[in-house]
Design a protein around this ligand. Structure first.
Ligand code: GLC
Length: 585
């Protein structure tokens, strides 16, 4: 049995010490049930060598910032060798760092330094597909038509085409980025050959998870990184690994998330996928300081999500019902209730998230009229009128709501600065594969991936070192001079200081993190809940100004209260209950 060395993380938290040594007492809940994890989209976080691309050197230089922010852990998006056809989610070698990001010794040093600062480290595991430059796929192509039943092709999903000459794709599945999910290969003799499946870009061939060799390889990859000290993995496309036997047509079955009754889909959220996660959980539990998983599973409902976090499967899974829920009190409350209920039923802690590198930033979503749709894609919001200051007010209130709810939370880099989506990137800088694959109809996800502004009055805003000759890989808006870390630091009204205070309070307050909530009476359009001991959160979504409950003291507010000490619209407060009442001023 593998016993990992303790990570050596410092003890920073009174509630859930991120110490490397396992806590064998039965009383302390595991750290990940309450953790706040910061998502580092490495390409856009910090550029250490001046080539306009974020890298490990940049990340290392900013680790003290992350420790100071008050998060418990980092999730680093793929840093492995990759042709970067999908921002690194097309992996050519899981055991090598892409040269644009650094080297394996750099990665090892970053993990060790994060641990010294008390930060756990999660990496991104991409098990659904690899890059077409991965040695396995090259071998599969080289195996040739005679090798259509070969061990090399059997790691992927190769099939003959339909029609007399095999000119039609094997079924009607669609790529997530647009077009057919099948591409026909040209065999070594120059003749058109079989087709291979790719649920994403053609450069991302899907692996066949019924193949034991595939399963063994991913266990080996995980062990490799666990031995290097990483604390766990975020599982990319966790709902996609299992495909229906015989690969039947989808025949118009709409993929999640959709409202209404769930219909079984031939490749999303199939029941067969869970057996894979049971074997992974057993692997994670082998370690003395058990390793942790967070699943990216876009599913139909909180009920379906909870199946991924049953006691012997993934520890946590992003709750995407929360970011697709409009800023409307009733809808928000019922989404929160459904998440709490379904997670409680399987003994799991919910994982709250407002955005990530695939979604429109929440400041820009909340700036739009609410209730018209999920607004996660740029094309969904572009046509709608925007009220940016309202978007920011709501995003700040949503942050206090998220951080007060039971369970863990993820913060996407730049969220703590209140960054909006960059909605007007010129066509020629767009890199998201969806832009090309949709025939220039979907603008894609680059607008939430613009490099982080750290300091200074003009681009690159400290993202790259002084004197860098190459500009950031995506252009930063000039208006971000007011949203740099340096500009927001020390400004009491800034979003950064709001996050810092909220995270510090969350660490100190025994009521926050894992646990339960109790709804309190609130006027229509507002949410109020209590957490024990002695804490309440009030969110005014759309009501007239709401009174701060009597006998409470305001700990933090997402915006100014009214002159009569009431909570205005689009504002949230945390209050200490049973403390001295604050006198209205
Ligand atoms: C996940 C990633 C996304 C990527 C896709 C394919 O959804 O978050 O960025 O494009 O998987 O790997």
């Amino acid at each position: 049995m593998t016993k990992a060395p303790p990570s050596g993380a410092a003890d920073r938290s009174p509630k859930a010490p991120p110490s490397g040594a396992a806590d064998h007492s039965n009383s302390a809940p595991p750290w990940w049930r309450s953790a706040v994890v910061y998502q580092v989209y490495i390409r856009s976080f910090a550029d250490g060598d001046g080539d306009g691309i974020g890298d490990i050197a940049g990340l290392r230089s900013r680790l003290p910032y992350l420790a100071g922010l008050g998060v418990d852990a980092l999730w680093i998006t793929p840093w492995y060798l990759s042709p970067m056809r999908d921002g690194g989610y097309d992996v050519a070698d899981f055991r090598t760092i892409d040269p644009s990001f650094g080297t394996l010794p750099d990665a090892r040093a970053a993990i060790a330094e994060a641990h010294r600062l008390g930060l756990r480290v999660l990496l991104d595991l991409v098990p659904n597909h690899v890059s077409d430059q991965h040695p396995w796929f090259r071998e599969a192509l080289a195996a040739g038509p005679a090798g259509s039943r070969s061990a090399e092709r059997a790691r992927f999903i190769f099939r003959d085409g339909r029609g007399p000459a095999g000119t039609e794709p094997p079924n009607d599945w669609r790529s997530n980025f647009g077009g057919s999910a099948w591409t026909r290969v040209t065999e070594a003799d120059g003749r058109p050959g079989q087709w291979y499946l790719h649920l994403f870009a053609p450069q991302q061939p899907d692996l066949d998870w019924t193949n034991p060799e595939v399963r063994e390889e991913f266990v080996a990859i995980m062990r490799f990184w666990f031995e290097l000290g990483v604390d766990g993995f975020r599982i990319d496309v966790a709902h996609g690994l299992a495909k229906a036997e015989g690969l039947p047509d989808a025949s118009g079955v709409v993929p999640p998330p959709v409202a209404g009754k769930r219909v079984e889909h031939p490749h999303w959220d199939r029941d067969e996928v869970h057996e894979i996660y049971r074997t992974w959980r057993a692997l994670a539990d082998e370690y003395e300081d058990p390793k942790v998983f967070v699943g990216e599973a876009w599913v139909h409902s909180p009920e379906r999500l909870a199946r991924y976090v049953r006691a012997d499967e993934l520890h946590t899974a992003f709750n995407f019902d929360f970011p697709v829920t409009p800023w409307q009190a009733e809808r928000m409350r019922s989404s929160i209730d459904a998440t709490l209920r379904t997670h409680r039923a399987v003994g799991a802690a919910p994982t709250w998230v407002l955005s990530n590198h695939d979604t429109v930033r929440e400041v820009s979503r909340y700036a739009r009229p609410q209730g018209v749709g999920p607004l996660l894609k740029l094309d969904d919001v572009l046509a709608l009128p925007a009220d940016p200051s309202r978007g920011l007010r709501r995003a700040r209130a949503a942050a206090l709501l998220m951080l007060a709810l039971p369970g863990g939370a993820y913060i996407y880099q730049g969220e703590e600065l209140g960054l909006p989506e960059v909605e007007d990137l010129p066509d020629d800088v767009l890199r998201d594969p969806g832009w090309e694959l949709s025939g220039h109809t979907a603008r894609g996800r680059d607008g939430c991936r613009v490099p982080i502004p750290w300091s200074g009055p003009a681009p690159p805003f400290g993202f790259s070192p002084p004197g860098a000759r190459v500009p950031p890989w995506l252009p930063q808006p000039a208006s971000w001079r007011e949203l740099t870390v340096a500009a927001e630091t020390g400004d009491e009204g800034s979003t950064l200081e709001l996050y810092r205070r909220a995270l510090a309070l969350r660490h100190e307050h025994p009521a926050l993190g894992d646990g339960e909530l109790r709804w309190l009476p609130a006027p229509a359009g507002a949410l109020a809940f209590a957490r024990e001991p002695g804490f309440a959160c009030i969110v005014n979504v759309s009501a007239g100004a709401v009174a701060v409950p009597p006998g409470t003291r305001v700990l933090i507010a997402s915006g100014p209260l009214t002159a009569r000490h009431r909570v205005p619209q689009d504002t949230a407060v945390w209050v200490a209950v049973g403390a001295r009442e604050e006198t209205p001023t």
